[in-house]
Design a protein around this ligand. Sequence first.
Ligand code: ZN
Length: 355
Amino acid sequence: MILPFERIGEIDTDAYQGGYVVRLYPWQYFEPDGSVSLQVDEHGIEIGTNAFVLYRTHGEFELYPPPVDWTVRGLEKDGEAVTRWGNGVTDTGEYVLRISPIGTEQPKHFEGPPQGIFAPEYADPDTNFLCQVVLAWLTVHTYGSPYTTAQARHLELILEAEGLAEFDVYDARGVLRHGLTACPLCLRVIRHEQLHELVRFEEGSGLVNAAVQVEGATRSTDANLFHLVPLVYGALEHAPHSVAWGHATCNTRLGQRRCYSLAELQQMDLKLGIVREDRIETIGWISTDFQMIRSPFGAVWIQLSSDMSEAEMQGAPPPPVLAPDDELEVPVAEAEDGVPVDADEVHIGEIGDAP
Ligand SMILES: [Zn+2]
């Protein structure tokens, strides 16, 4: 599991069984004169042991070149280089290159294997297993599924034993509708083949140009793993009660927001309406944090941008934002600790073999 250096204070590292590796940018590890930054020592970080340095631009590489005794990260078993994680495989090396060509004439330069999954995606093995069981059960209940409910009896027994078999609660959460698996955002029923078809971003208003941005960069399926509660640092949210199958486009639109269900919004009891001359036309319910509005018929509105601060209203610049480092991640289908991303990861027959 990867822990970004700048998040180290927010995270209770004891919660992560199976260990972690700290990712540092060169400017976090090195001082401008090439010496090692003092704050690295403070956190007990040892490059090559429990940490690595990530280079993302040609500029960084020139400004903070790796010391001569450093090598690119790799995997090793019994003294020989291997390409995949497994029993007895250890990490070697000190740095990873994910240098993109954007903004330069210089070529893309990627070296070093994926380093794991990021902390917000982490869950302990038992929780992971239960997430897989929920997802497998939901796969069986997609529209046009080749599986029968009789084949899913073992899944139901596990869910019953864990108090996860109250399926009307799944309905209230929006992950199930009339007994069929549904996308928690748009509430539309998920067809089984959508778990396997590659996503096209053609459909849907607001995403007309998205295909250009993701071409060649995504292998996402039409419907994929969907979290009702956003995965964030400092909290373990990959949990059986918050996973679902949802549309990739809906996931993109939702971003890092909580997916409130219609039932939840109705419970918050903030009805929203348009004041017409002679009457109030109600359109739905809004969340108390004003992030989401739902009509009772499936339409959803999301707050895309928050109000500005008083200072920003007067022309002050916004506070800086940290960019995520995507390319480092194991495509989750390969993740060693089994966090599922696509339907292939939750083959019904394999569930019995899991821990
Ligand atoms: Zn959807």
